[in-house]
Design a protein around this ligand. Structure first.
Ligand SMILES: [Zn+2]
Length: 355
């Protein structure tokens, strides 16, 4: 846009001495030099403003705006059209926009940060979602929606960044990966943070699963543990995918075996007293008196005591207050947060989204 204005100014200066070129026909191919356009400063026949076309939009010439484009007005989204993309392997798309912000019914804006290159239809779906579902959710949380944290939009690649895999909807500009929703008061609804308020995450999950044909989040395939994938893929029979497990509290990865006994632990007899009694805690070891082959002796020294017989249920329960729980299937029922839980909030985000 700046280049266009600058070019326009220089063209205007030149026009003082040079006869003006004829106005560019609508069907002409895209100009490669911005200065070749008629200067903005010269009086031009007033063209009727295209409803729904954002100013500065560079819609391909000779193509009438789509119904979607006409409907996606500045009252709904700041989403200037961008040229079609024709990439390798079927990548790209037509009727593309750069979705910069969603405009709420009250005129407030929810930024898409960074702006997302998506098809008009996807932009429209995202705008409808933010306007109808996210804005009221933010209000219910005592704030306003300020921004969508865009993790990835158009990108020419295979599914889950696997080389040779089927083209991702990202490659068709038909997908958006969202990490969270930023509120005006600075809070962030981090959609995959197991410590974020469950109610808010659940509300978002229900709204996206109703609006998008594909929703992939934590627990779906291992590629979506730190963001939510949304797309509008069309499948036979109208099949939809909504795979997003709302984890809570503790990470699902926990040691399956008891940890090695720490050196500073109290003597086993004392520690085991209340659980198993001294009899089991110090089993008689008649073989200790016998000569042991060197190799076995070494291994026994290096390794902690063999795991106890499978009777961990009571022990695990007893220590649940101070230790992470063992591996569990996805638990969707609310549960009170244990006293000591490892924080995942400070975890740095990966440099690139995996899917
Ligand atoms: Zn994705």
């Amino acid at each position: 846009m700046i280049a266009l204005v600058v070019g326009g100014v220089s063209a205007a200066r030149a026009s003082e001495h040079v006869p003006l070129p004829k106005p560019r026909p609508a069907a002409a191919p895209q100009a490669s030099v911005a200065g070749a356009e008629p200067a903005e400063t010269e009086p031009a026949p007033a063209e009727p403003a295209e409803p729904g076309t954002a100013p500065g939009a560079t819609a391909p010439a000779a193509k009438p705006p789509s119904a979607c484009r006409l409907a996606l007005t500045e009252q709904i989204a700041i989403a200037p059209s961008i040229p079609d993309i024709t990439g390798p392997g079927g990548c790209g798309g037509t009727d593309l926009v750069r979705l910069e912000a969603v405009v709420l019914p009250d005129g407030g804006r929810v930024a898409v940060s960074p702006a997302a290159t998506v098809r008009c239809g996807m932009a429209r779906a995202l705008a409808d979602w933010v306007r109808a579902d996210i804005a009221p959710l933010a209000t219910s949380l005592g704030s306003r929606a300020a921004a969508l944290d865009n993790f990835d939009a158009y990108e020419c690649r295979g599914r889950n960044r696997v080389r040779g895999a089927k083209l991702s909807e990202h490659g068709r500009a038909n997908a958006l990966d969202v990490r969270g929703i930023k509120l005006a008061d600075g809070r962030m609804i981090s959609l995959t943070d197991r410590e974020a308020p469950r109610q808010a995450r659940e509300a978002v999950m229900q709204s996206v699963c109703a609006r998008f044909t594909t929703v992939l989040g934590p627990g779906s395939d291992g590629y979506h543990e730190d963001h939510i994938h949304l797309d509008l893929a069309e499948r036979r029979g109208g099949y939809r995918m909504c795979q997003w497990a709302l984890y809570e509290g503790l990470p699902e990865i926990a040691p399956a075996m008891p940890l090695p006994r720490p050196a500073e632990a109290p003597p086993r007899e004392v520690a085991a007293d209340d659980e198993r009694g001294p009899q089991q805690a110090t089993p008689p070891q008649p073989e200790a008196a016998e000569p042991v082959p060197a190799e076995t002796a070494e291994r026994e020294q290096a390794e902690p005591a063999p795991p106890p017989p499978p009777k961990p249920a009571k022990r695990a329960k007893a220590k649940a207050a101070s230790k992470p729980a063992a591996t569990k299937p996805i638990d969707l029922t609310p549960r009170t947060a244990p006293a000591a839980k490892p924080s995942v909030r400070g975890k740095p985000a990966p440099a690139r989204p995996p899917a």
